[in-house]
Every structure is written in structure tokens, then in C-alpha cells.
Design a protein around this ligand. Structure first.
Ligand code: J2J
Length: 524
């Protein structure tokens, strides 16, 4: 695929020879499940492995009838519904790559993703969370808009399923093909797409499922957006399917929605971001639901404080697992049999024996063992380049193919990583990633804004919130007006600043760059 950076031949050969890469395809992930067993629970819907498999097959045929082919891209923006799972499986079966947008994304993000990926189709709900996605679709120039629900002038997802399953054998993708595009948290003006091949993502999900002890008895509750790497494949929904377990989709991590589902479905494992974990720790004391089925709470996406991690077993009655992951690839998990001390105080160690880790200083020189530096990595499931982004790739990777994570870590003698900060210009708002540059560019488009600098401010629940420092020309916009402005520009709500500060000038570093450190220090 043009715009995709493959692994160098010698690495590909090694990953294959050493068994990391197989010929298994993302579309075959259901094949190990007992046909009669429940694969998916979503709202009132319950689908067995056989039923889900048939629905995915019929929907695949429907996409093929639309003319969607192997190698095509389809932007998928569905919430935590059975339709997401069906559409995902359908597309990967015919070798069309879903581009996984989050429900929170709006015209600014979606328009760009459709253009960058030259998407042939865009799949949406009719409305969700009070937003009408058909309005967004009307502003785009995409060939096919497929709507889950009331389609209006568009095509209904239900109509793709005519009951006919066609033989897809000549459409079967190659394991080396890009199977899915994930969204990068982003550090630049525009979001980046992460191509994941069938073979690297299958390894990602299978190896994760193994390390996390998933079995056919696993009942996995999804509370994060299912389109996010963590909930999708680390081990996530796909890791559960690979082991023949059951996936339960929840609309959110709110205790009043998630706890009744844990009780009703006897959920055994769930992946959350730290703000949800904190909420659960509080809610467990007054909630009436029986959470005793829970065996494991995976926490990742942002740093989870050691003191909180230590509380999980006592309060929620389950083990905790810290996960330092990234849609770009590398996953670190604390292991189920790690001593409590390591589980509470570290963000885990690499998933794969083939993961290569370097911790370097600003000159790319390796630091002494145990010292803090930037985490660089390469391996059998870590990308070698963002999609169609040659200039950005030159900066994001070392000449020998290591991905620059932008995370500051130190490595313990056990191989466990501790996150100590970051060098990338990004805000991590409770696991939601915000590129400072992207937000600054939007703010600069405001007629009253002369200059803008966005920084994270510490927050006890979210870890960080977003503060926009503005130098204004005339009448300064209020926080409300800034949010309204961003809303009208079609910027996802999680990127809107929580606070606006007016200044006359920005502090500068000796080389003349805006000193975000100094700006942030002024907030404390
Ligand atoms: C500190 N920072 C963390 C952690 C991620 C599993 C879990 C998370 C993600 C994810 C994921 C962190 N402590 N425990 O894809 O499969 C920050 C780092 C990292 C960035 C990646 C998964 N866990 N982070 O969060 O692509 O800065 O993936 O580089 O959204 O989140 O963000 P994202």
C-alpha cells in the first residue's frame, strides 16, 4: 500500500521465523470460539459466535456489493454497539481497512481523516450523545455514507445485510496488508494515522490475551470507546474473541451504567483509564451491585498513582494491572504474578521478547541503567512509519527504525518501566490525548487571538487539564466563547481548553521558543 512503511526485509523474516507473525487474519478472529457460546452482549442484544460470524459475513457481502474492495479505506465512527463489532469484522474480512475514529470527533477531525485516507465510505450512527452524525456526513464528500439507524438520504447499515453471504475467498487479504488504521494521540498540527497490518495486530491481540490470562471463561466489559486500541486489541474485544470468551459492551464507565452490567453479566475483567478507576474506587463504597465476579482491572492510558493502585484489591476485590500502551504499538503490562510492589509502582514491562527498548537523552545517547530518558522502541507490532507522513516520519523515527514515543521513562532491573513525564508537546487529559499544536492552530484562527500556547495543568482526577494562554489583539474571548468557537470549527469537545489565561507575552527559552515549562509553572 502506498504511504505505508513496511518492516525491513530482515526484520520481517525474523519475526516470521521466530513465530511472532503468523498467517492468521483479523477477519478470522472468531474462528476459535464455540459457535453456541455468547460472543457479544450489547444492550438487549446477545449474539453467539455463530450468529456474530454470520452477521459479519453478510455485512461483508453488503460492503462488497457497494464496491468496497481489498485495500480500500472506510472511516468508521460508531459508539460501543454491536454494529461496531459487526462492521469492523466485515471490513477486515474483505481486506478493507477501517479507519477508527472516536465518537467524540467532529467535522475538523473527520474531514481530515476522510481526505487523508481517501475513504470510500463513512459509517456512522444516526445520532449519539445528542449529536446528529448525518449532519456531519452532509459536510463531507465521501462516496458512501452508511448509517446505523435512521439513514435519511443515506444508506442504512441494516440494508447491507440482505441475508446473502458471498464467497469471499478471492477477496482474502494478505497477512502483510494493512488491516486497520488507528488514530495517533498526535503531537503535530494534524492527526496522524497508524497503519496496523493483519499479522502485527493479530500478534498484538493474541500475545496480550496470553499475558493477561484470557480464556473462554473471560467476560470482558468494555467501558472505553471500543475504537480505542486499548479496548479493541490489548487484549480487548479482539483478544477475547481469539480466546472464545464473552464481550459485554457498556455505553460508558459511569458506575451507574457499568456496575449493573458487571453484576448481571458476571464480568471478570475491564480496562479503564485512571479517572474511571478513581470513580470506581469511590463508588464501590456506596454501590449496591455485586462486583465479586471481577478478577482484573486493567488501568492505562495515563499514569495511575501507586497509592490508588494499591487500593484496588481491597476496595474492588480484584487484581490490578498497569498498562503502558500506545496505538503505535509497544505495550507494557505488569504481569499477573508480579509482586504487588511492582504492580502498584510501575507501568509494566514489554509484552514481547522481541520488543527492543532504548532509553536515551536529548542527543539520542543511551542513559545509564535506571536513569530517566526518552523511550524509543521497535518490534514486531510497532509501526515503522505513520501513513502518508514522510516529513513527520523523519522526526518520529531514528534512522534505524526506532519509534520515538515522546515518553520519559526509567527502566528497573526487572525490566519494568516507570513513566516519569514526556517530551512530546501533548496534553494527556485523563487518557484523552490532545496535540498542543493542533489546538493552538485552531485558536490562532480566532480573529481576536494574536498568539496561543497550550499547556497541561495538573489535576487530581484527570491527571491534567488543558490551559490555553492567549495573547489577544482586542476584545478577549471568554472561555465560553473560545469553546463555542472551537465547537463551530468542528473540533472534538475533549480538546476544548478547561481554562483560558490572558498574557501580554510568552516566556521564551534561550533559543527563542515559547517556554511551556515556565507557563505551566505559573499555574501552580
Ligand atoms: C502513563 N502514560 C501512559 C500509562 C499510555 C493500552 C493502554 C493505553 C493506550 C494508550 C493503549 C500510560 N502511564 N500507563 O493504546 O493499548 C500515554 C503515553 C503513551 C500514550 C499513548 C493501550 N499509558 N500512556 O493510551 O495511543 O504517553 O494509547 O505514549 O492513546 O499514552 O496513547 P494512546
Amino acid at each position: 500500500m502506498e504511504g505505508f512503511t513496511p518492516w525491513p526485509e530482515e526484520f520481517a523474516a525474523r519475526y516470521q521465523a521466530e513465530g511472532y507473525w503468523s498467517d492468521r487474519l483479523l477477519g478470522d478472529v472468531l474462528s476459535g470460539g464455540d459457535p453456541e457460546r455468547t460472543a457479544l452482549v450489547a444492550g438487549e442484544e446477545r449474539l453467539t459466535y455463530a450468529e456474530l460470524d454470520r452477521r459479519a459475513g453478510r455485512t461483508a457481502a453488503g460492503f462488497a456489493r457497494l464496491g468496497i474492495r481489498r485495500g480500500d479505506r472506510v472511516v468508521v465512527q460508531l459508539p460501543n454497539t454491536a454494529s461496531f463489532v459487526v462492521v469492523f469484522l466485515a471490513l477486515v474480512r474483505i481486506g478493507a481497512a477501517p479507519v477508527l475514529a472516536l465518537p467524540a470527533h467532529r467535522g475538523s477531525e473527520i474531514g481530515y481523516l476522510c481526505e487523508l485516507s481517501e475513504a470510500r465510505a463513512y459509517v456512522i450512527p444516526d445520532t449519539h450523545g445528542g449529536f446528529d452524525y448525518r449532519d456531519l456526513a452532509r459536510s463531507l464528500a465521501v462516496e458512501h455514507v452508511v448509517v446505523d439507524g435512521d439513514a435519511q438520504e443515506f444508506r442504512a447499515l441494516a440494508d447491507l445485510d440482505t441475508g446473502a453471504e458471498t464467497d469471499m475467498s478471492d477477496e482474502r487479504p494478505d497477512p502483510a496488508d494493512v488491516g486497520v488504521f488507528l488514530l495517533s494521540g498526535g503531537t503535530t498540527g494534524l492527526p496522524k494515522l497508524i497503519p496496523r497490518t493483519h499479522r502485527d495486530y493479530v500478534y498484538n491481540l493474541e500475545a496480550s490475551a496470553e499475558v493477561c490470562g484470557f480464556t473462554s471463561e473471560t467476560v470482558y466489559l468494555v467501558v472505553l470507546p471500543v475504537a480505542h486500541n486499548f479496548a479493541l486489541a490489548c487484549p480487548g474485544v479482539l483478544g477475547v474473541f481469539a480466546k472464545g470468551g464473552t464481550v459485554v459492551l457498556a455505553p460508558s464507565g459511569a458506575p451507574d451504567e457499568a456496575f449493573p452490567l458487571i453484576e448481571r453479566e458476571r464480568a471478570t475483567v475491564c480496562a479503564v483509564v485512571p479517572p474511571i478507576a478513581l470513580l470506581w474506587l469511590e463508588a464501590a463504597s456506596w454501590s449496591r451491585e455485586d462486583l465479586s465476579s471481577l478478577e482484573l482491572l486493567q488501568v492505562g492510558g495515563a499514569k495511575f498513582a501507586a497509592e490508588r493502585a494499591a487500593q484496588v484489591p481491597g476496595v474492588l476485590g480484584c487484581a490490578v494491572q498497569q498498562v503502558l500502551g500506545m496505538a503505535e504499538g509497544l505495550l507494557n503490562f505488569t504481569r499477573l504474578d508480579d509482586p504487588r510492589e511492582l504492580v502498584d509502582t510501575t507501568q509494566g514491562r514489554p509484552l514481547s521478547p522481541a520488543d527492543e527498548i532504548l532509553v536515551v537523552d536529548s542527543g539520542d545517547v543511551e542513559v545509564a541503567p535506571g536513569e530517566v530518558g526518552e523511550l524509543l522502541t521497535r518490534g514486531p507490532y510497532t509501526l515503522r512509519g505513520y501513513y502518508r507522513a514522510p516529513e513527520h516520519n523523519a522526526r518520529s523515527f531514528t534512522p534505524d527504525g526506532f519509534y520515538r514515543s515522546g515518553d520519559l521513562v526509567r527502566v528497573l532491573p526487572s525490566g519494568h518501566l516507570v513513566v516519569e513525564g514526556r517530551v512530546k508537546d501533548q496534553i494527556n487529559r485523563g487518557g484523552d490525548k490532545i496535540s498542543a499544536e493542533e489546538l493552538e492552530n485552531h485558536l490562532l484562527a480566532h480573529p481576536a487571538v494574536h498568539d496561543a500556547a497550550v499547556v497541561g495543568m495538573p489535576d487530581p482526577v484527570m491527571g491534567e487539564r488543558t490551559c490555553a494562554f492567549l495573547i489577544v489583539r482586542d476584545q478577549a474571548p471568554t472561555l465560553r466563547e473560545v469553546k463555542q468557537f472551537l465547537k463551530e470549527r468542528g473540533v472534538a469537545g475533549y480538546k476544548w481548553p478547561d481554562r483560558v489565561e490572558l498574557v501580554d507575552a510568552f516566556p521564551r527559552t534561550p533559543v527563542g521558543k515559547v517556554s511551556k515549562k515556565e507557563l505551566a509553572a505559573g499555574l501552580r
